[in-house]
Design a protein around this ligand. Structure first.
Ligand code: TXA
Ligand code: MG
Length: 319
């Protein structure tokens, strides 16, 4: 057991990381549970602290494109274009790994996931380390990702020594994950960088492979990112009628609802999907902790980051 501290002290974070200890770090997407990505000891600790199955590989976070050389064998042209345009930012690239990357990071795969995060504290941290940071989202495996330092504390308090507090995450949803087949870009997880944006930059076909029966990427599993309370999606009025005796928590994009026994959280009255995305996980957690029995969520407009919102709600709803 650790006495988990929350603070903004980069030097303290560095000291822990250099000793193969874990530090939760802020990113623009969600908080990550970081350890030295080249140290098997640190990596093993990540799986243990999260209670994560070892077949679920980790993303390596680096300061800039230059740091990728040590980790990946090659970078296809569409990857270079996407990196130039969107990194640092909420996008992760699956690339052929070099031997320096421990098999424990990639769960035995020949591909390693690389991301250049865009958060000032974490960029500063990464620029002072001579190793990449392996970091899954800083939540117990399967639960909703944390978007504040106190969310991390709720899930991992006592399991790690330090949480680097960088405030609330700007994007609030995990990064878009892309890979490259012979001539196409393949999107494996939807995120803030939309399929439309990727199509605009890659100048090659974009395919989507979002669900998988075999856990190549468990973030692709249908049931993931789940609340403890049951969550249903669809027309709110119709869903509410199906749960007459229950206390309801309603996640709405922009509408109010007058429904008895219901708490309504409007994610963006102005109808801004990016703002709604940044409120989503916080709201799911609040309802999960409250005394509502059932969470109901609207179907969001299926464009841009709205697709990622729908994806996360769909997985949270799947039982
Ligand atoms: O925004 C994010 O991506 C956050 C922040 C902390 O960077 N990280 C994150 O990590 O969401 P995690 O571990 O919760 O989700 C990463 C996903 C998992 O579904 C994992 O299976 C997949 O990426 N992944 C990682 N390495 C992979 C690999 N080599 N091949 C296929 N999938 C991989
Ligand atoms: Mg995760």
């Amino acid at each position: 057991m650790y006495h988990t501290e929350i603070g903004k002290d980069i030097n303290r974070a560095i000291a822990f990381l250099k000793q193969d200890e874990l530090v939760a770090i802020p990113t623009e997407t969600v908080y990550g549970l970081a350890g030295n990505g080249l140290s098997e000891k640190a990596i093993a600790r990540i799986y243990e602290a999260k209670n994560r199955p070892q077949f679920n590989p980790l993303i390596l976070h680096i300061a800039g494109v230059a740091q990728a050389d040590r980790l990946v064998r090659e970078m296809p042209l569409p990857c270079r274009k996407l990196m130039e345009k969107f990194s640092p930012g909420p996008i992760t690239f699956l690339l052929p790994k070099k031997d320096a990357v421990p098999d424990l990071v990639t769960a035995g795969s020949d591909l390693v996931a690389i991301r250049i995060p865009d958060h000032p504290l974490t960029r500063l941290l990464l620029s002072q380390l001579d190793f990449p940071l392996a970091a899954p989202s800083a939540n117990p495996s399967g639960y909703v990702s944390p978007v504040t330092a106190s969310h991390v504390m709720e899930g991992l308090g006592g399991r790690i020594p330090y949480i680097l507090d960088g405030g609330a995450c700007r994007v609030g949803l995990e990064s878009t994950i892309v890979g490259f087949s012979d001539c196409a870009v393949v999107v494996y997880r939807l995120g803030a960088i939309s399929v439309e944006q990727i199509e605009g930059v890659a100048e090659s076909p974009v395919a989507q492979q979002l669900t998988h029966a075999s856990p190549l990427s468990p973030g692709q599993l249908k049931s993931h990112y789940a609340t403890q309370k049951p969550l249903f999606r669809g027309n709110i009025t119709a869903l509410a009628a199906l749960h007459p005796e229950k206390k309801l928590g309603i996640i709405s994009f922009r509408n109010d609802y007058e429904i008895e026994n219901a708490f309504v959280r409007v994610l963006s009255r102005e109808g801004d999907l990016e703002h709604a995305a940044s409120e989503l996980f916080k709201t799911m957690r609040e309802f999960d902790k409250s005394d509502v029995d059932v969470i109901l969520a609207e179907i969001f407009p299926d464009v841009g980051i709205g697709k990622a919102i729908n994806d996360r709600l769909e997985r949270a709803a799947f039982t």
